[in-house]
Each structure stands twice: as structure tokens, then as C-alpha cells.
Design a protein around this ligand. Structure first.
Ligand SMILES: [Zn+2]
Length: 285
């Protein structure tokens, strides 16, 4: 009986079990929790899948089949031999004073942007060229939030950064469409982007949201406005591993102070999926 109840609970939570690239859904879950007083927030122990068992995701649930059979799965190893992207260069329309909520997505620091339910086009915009030649067209997506993985998802020439910041963007209907990835490593000086954050929400407070205002451009400015990057056709890096997500991975790293990196790591849990085989990713194409 307990098992059945636990399973039902797990299934009920499953809809919210992929907060990584679905910050709008997490926001909805948290709002519901606040309204009802129920605990909707998914703790890692409640999930059917775990990052340290990512090779098995495809066999856990038929809904996760793409994790095993997909041909554009993320993350993939990147190298300088692949060159850098010469097309798809994005432009950003990120206002300086964006309001939202700072929280812990169970695996680390995260931020979700305020927006009316189901309306995304008022959010900070990211425009890039999809396709090329005669089929090229500009596409605009909208940023719903960011979160941090530790260690980094993507390696560069086999080198893995301490952490990776994901700016998550959706299309007009709220489907995850673009992730901008910025690699994070410690150095001497404080990062202005991280200096503007409130104290990190600790792991024991994953239900806590702290209202905050942020300048989202700062992270971009700290990596040369993304003048050099890789781009490829990939997927969500957690079940159900949906494809159709275009990745932009900045070549320049964002350097934090040692203290800032320790704060980031202190609220993080392992959240890096095994790197996937390069197949139909069309890197930089
Ligand atoms: Zn992510």
C-alpha cells in the first residue's frame, strides 16, 4: 500500500520533475504550493531518475525513450577543432531591471522571471537565425529563467568547468527552444552578475523563493557578449529528453571570485548528465 501511494505520489510529481529547463512550470508549481500550502516541490529523492544514473533513463519509463534513442541528445563534448559558429549569431533584448524570484531548483541556484500565466512575449527576447541560405529566417525566443549545474554539462577539449549557467528560452507558446550556456570557473575578482544576487538559498530551503531584480545582461557582458560560441541542435538534459532545443555555448568563461564559486557549489548537487555521442547535432552548421 505504501509502495502504491509512493508511486502515485511520484507520478503526480512527475509533471514537475523536470524543473531544469522548465522554469515556468516550476513557477506554476511553486505558486500552486503557495496557494494550497501543499508541498509540490520535488526533492531529488522523489524523482524517478537521477543524474548519476543517466545511462538508464531510457528504460525507466516509455516517456523517456528519447533519452536512449534520440539522435540530438545533450550535452555533447565540444572542441576547438569543431571551429566556432559563424552563423546563427544571436541578438539580445534583455532589459536591465528584470524582476523575478531567486530559488534553489534542487540542484543549485536558479531564478525565474515574472510574467503573466501563459504569456511569454513580454519576457527578455533573444533573436537568432535558424536555418541558412534560402531557408534562413529570424526566430525570437523569450527567457523564462536561469539555473546552474555543477559540474558543467559541456566539456571543451575534455576540460570541464566547475559550473554551467543556463539561460532558458521558450517560444511564444512556452515550449523550451533555446538554452544559452555560460561556463563558470573561479578566479580572483568578483563577478558583477553574481554580486547582484541575494544570499544563496540553501538546499534545505528548496521551497523558498526570494523576490529579486536582476540585470541579465551582466553575464553576457562578462563573456564578451557571446562573440564566440558553439551552437548545435540538442535536447533537454533531463527526462523526457525532448529534442528541438538549440544550444548556444559561449567560448569565454564567466569568472567568479573564489568566495562566489564556493557559494555556488555549497548549494549545488551533482547535476551533469553523461555526455552524449555526437550524431545529428549539426554543430555550428
Ligand atoms: Zn540546464
Amino acid at each position: 500500500m505504501y509502495y502504491t501511494t509512493a508511486l502515485l505520489l511520484a507520478n503526480a510529481l512527475y509533471a514537475y520533475a523536470c524543473p531544469q529547463h522548465s522554469n515556468h512550470k516550476v513557477s506554476g508549481a511553486l505558486n500552486k504550493r503557495q496557494q494550497t500550502g501543499e508541498e509540490f516541490y520535488v526533492r531529488p529523492d522523489d524523482q524517478q531518475w537521477a543524474y548519476d544514473a543517466s545511462y538508464d533513463w531510457g528504460s525507466i519509463d516509455p516517456a523517456y525513450e528519447l533519452c536512449q534513442t534520440g539522435s540530438q541528445q545533450s550535452p555533447i563534448p565540444l572542441t576547438l577543432n569543431q571551429g566556432l559558429a559563424l552563423t546563427h549569431r544571436p541578438t539580445f533584448d534583455y532589459a536591465e531591471n528584470i524582476t523575478g524570484n531567486f530559488y534553489n531548483w534542487n540542484y543549485g541556484a536558479a531564478f525565474t522571471l515574472d510574467h503573466p500565466e501563459g504569456e511569454y512575449t513580454g519576457l527578455p527576447a533573444f533573436t537568432f537565425e535558424e536555418g541558412y541560405g534560402d531557408s534562413g529566417r529570424n526566430e525570437t525566443v523569450y527567457m523564462t529563467g536561469w539555473h546552474i549545474h555543477s559540474p558543467a554539462d559541456h566539456t571543451i577539449n575534455g576540460d570541464r568547468s566547475r559550473s554551467e549557467l543556463h539561460y532558458v528560452h521558450v517560444d511564444e507558446e512556452g515550449h523550451e527552444r533555446v538554452v544559452l550556456a555560460i561556463l563558470l570557473d573561479p578566479s580572483n575578482d568578483a563577478s558583477p552578475f553574481f554580486s547582484q544576487l541575494p544570499d544563496m538559498v540553501s538546499f534545505n530551503e528548496t521551497g523558498t523563493q526570494v523576490p529579486a531584480a536582476m540585470n541579465l545582461r551582466l553575464a553576457l557582458e562578462e563573456v564578451g557578449d557571446l562573440s564566440e560560441f558553439w551552437t548545435y541542435k540538442g535536447s533537454l538534459t533531463s527526462p523526457p529528453c525532448h529534442e528541438g532545443v538549440r544550444w548556444f555555448v559561449g567560448r569565454q568563461r564567466l569568472y567568479t571570485s573564489r568566495t562566489q564559486m564556493k557559494q555556488i557549489l555549497a548549494v549545488s548537487r551533482f547535476a551533469a548528465r553523461e555526455e552524449q555521442q555526437v550524431w545529428e547535432h549539426e554543430i555550428n552548421v
